[in-house]
Design a protein around this ligand. Structure first.
Ligand SMILES: Cc1ncc(COP(=O)(O)O)c(C=O)c1O
Length: 482
């Protein structure tokens, strides 16, 4: 892995690419940012991209493509059935993952739909290290329930544990003695566990988990959407695995599982998704759903251009010089914020830098969505768009009570190969300013609240006139033009 030492400057991450196509950005002045966030109902999902300076909402579908990917798109074989591009992608996925069968799908949640529809029956349960929003919704829609068995350390936001995404083996043992095999639809492990701050599992942990499932006859599923960051952390933090190449690790991890699915909006630097399977019977059952919900079996809802780009992107994802880019930029951001006392999730994970909103805004109750309020405040003072990952992202209990999230995070995603170090430095500077003025930030309350996935479309108002006070303090320090 590249880790180039500096002689005269402090250590910093280094881009292993050069920029050949750029997109112009705009930083709206403060009063326009106030207007834009009010119009978006204080929900960063509802901001127009043209009103955003640095878009750190997600890494999904917004990673930068390489010249090789763009070139491959020009030779895509356009056919409804039997496209050569499809067979190229099938071959790439099955050979990298070490599993014999492949099914295409238009993105990660489409794979979750197919898995849940095939395996979950009403009353069944799905144990996992930690849930992801769309995964949980698909399981619940089929009448199932999700049980999270991540290690306790996983929910401690400030920690030194290298693998906070690990499954708690003792909890899993108890779980298997509590529920009979027939009640358990499948077990799911998520690589680079998204909602707890992009935290990895260790290879030792998943070996144990899979072996326990095999003893109990439970189907195992890997969500590999964030596998690339997890691979980096295994190689960096797991002593016994350091000598293995990224490709060796990928095959070893994936071939442990019965089903591996991924969002190619993340893994593969393009747009699409797919499932790799070990078992012919399961493959046949899931295959029937692809033409019904996705598209014919040789494209599954993806354009052939994107399929070409995924095939190349998967190889780039496994490149020993590319894999470290995301995690090293994230570690730089986390460590710089920590130095200024800003509460962040540690150790640094993959996907992005995560601000601990409960500690950042201890005066904002969870019922007023501290992570959502922080997202709104950060947009106001910087034009940066982050994503709330807390109580707003939960669904209410059937009786209407709030389900308070275990962690309240503002996720600042660093899509791969997109931001420069000076843009990351700008983000750090504005976050530190906001932290020093945190007493000015108040809460939010819903004015429009959808029943399902409310964080996508819900609209909120500030629960007091705090945004005006924050803007005045900002103007005092930075002047009108910023
Ligand atoms: C871990 C994980 N699984 C599944 C998904 C869903 O993938 P998609 O956005 O392609 O539907 C995501 C997307 O963010 C994710 O992070």
């Amino acid at each position: 892995m590249t880790n180039i030492e500096m002689k005269f400057l402090p250590k910093q991450p280094l881009e292993m690419h050069k920029v050949r196509i750029v997109q112009k950005l705009h930083l709206l002045p403060l009063e326009k940012r106030l207007e834009a966030i009010a119009k978006a109902g204080n929900n960063t999902f509802l901001l127009k991209n043209e009103d955003v300076f640095l878009d750190m909402l997600t890494d999904s579908g917004v990673n930068a493509m390489s010249d090789q990917q763009l070139a491959s798109m020009m030779i895509a074989d356009d056919a409804y059935a039997g496209s050569a591009t499809y067979y190229k992608l099938e071959d790439k996925v099955t050979s990298l993952f070490g599993l014999p069968f492949f099914l295409p799908a238009h993105q990660g949640r489409a794979c979750e739909h197919i898995i849940a529809k095939t395996l979950v029956k009403p009353g069944m349960r799905v144990p996992m290290n930690y849930h992801f929003t769309t995964t949980k919704s698909h399981i619940v829609l089929q009448g199932g329930e999700v049980d999270e068995l991540v290690i306790d350390e996983g929910l401690k936001l400030q920690s030194t544990h290298p693998f906070k995404g690990n499954m708690d083996l003792e909890k899993l043992r108890k779980y298997f003695s509590q529920y009979p095999k027939e009640k358990i639809a499948f077990l799911r492990m998520e690589a680079g566990t998204n909602l707890i701050g992009g935290q990895p599992f260790s290879l030792a942990n998943i070996r144990e988990v899979v072996s326990m499932c095999q003893k109990h006859g439970i189907i195992t599923v890997l969500d590999a959407s964030l596998l690339q960051d997890n691979l980096y952390f295994i190689k960096k933090r797991e002593e016994a695995e350091k000598h293995k190449s990224i490709k060796e690790l990928t095959k070893e991890i994936c071939s442990l599982f019965d089903i591996v699915y991924f969002s190619a909006r993340k893994l593969g630097f393009a747009k699409g998704g797919g499932l790799a399977l070990k078992d012919k019977d399961l493959y046949e059952r899931m295959k029937e759903l692809v033409p019904l919900y996705e598209g014919f079996l040789t494209y599954g809802g993806m354009s052939v251009k994107e399929m070409e780009a995924i095939a190349v992107g998967l190889d780039e994802t496994m490149d020993e010089e590319v894999i470290n880019q995301g995690p090293e930029f994230i570690a730089y951001m986390v460590e710089a914020l920590e130095k200024h006392g800003v509460p962040v999730v540690t150790p640094p994970g993959g996907l992005g830098c995560h601000l601990d909103a409960k500690s950042f805004l201890p005066h904002v109750p969870q019922t007023e969505y501290p992570a959502g309020a922080l997202a709104s405040a950060l947009y106001i003072v910087s034009g940066i768009r982050g994503m709330e990952r807390g109580t707003m992202s939960e669904q209410r209990e059937p009786d209407g009570r709030e389900r308070l999230a275990e962690v309240e995070l503002l996720r600042l995603a660093l899509p791969r190969r997109v931001f420069t170090l000076s843009q990351v430095n700008y983000a750090i500077d504005r976050i530190v300013w906001l932290y020093n003025h945190r007493h000015l930030v108040g809460g939010l309350k819903f004015v429009k609240e959808p029943d399902i996935l409310r964080f996508f479309f819900g609209e909120l108002n500030p629960s007091s006139p705090w945004q005006k006070q924050l803007a005045e303090a900002f103007q005092k320090d930075f002047g009108k033009s910023l």
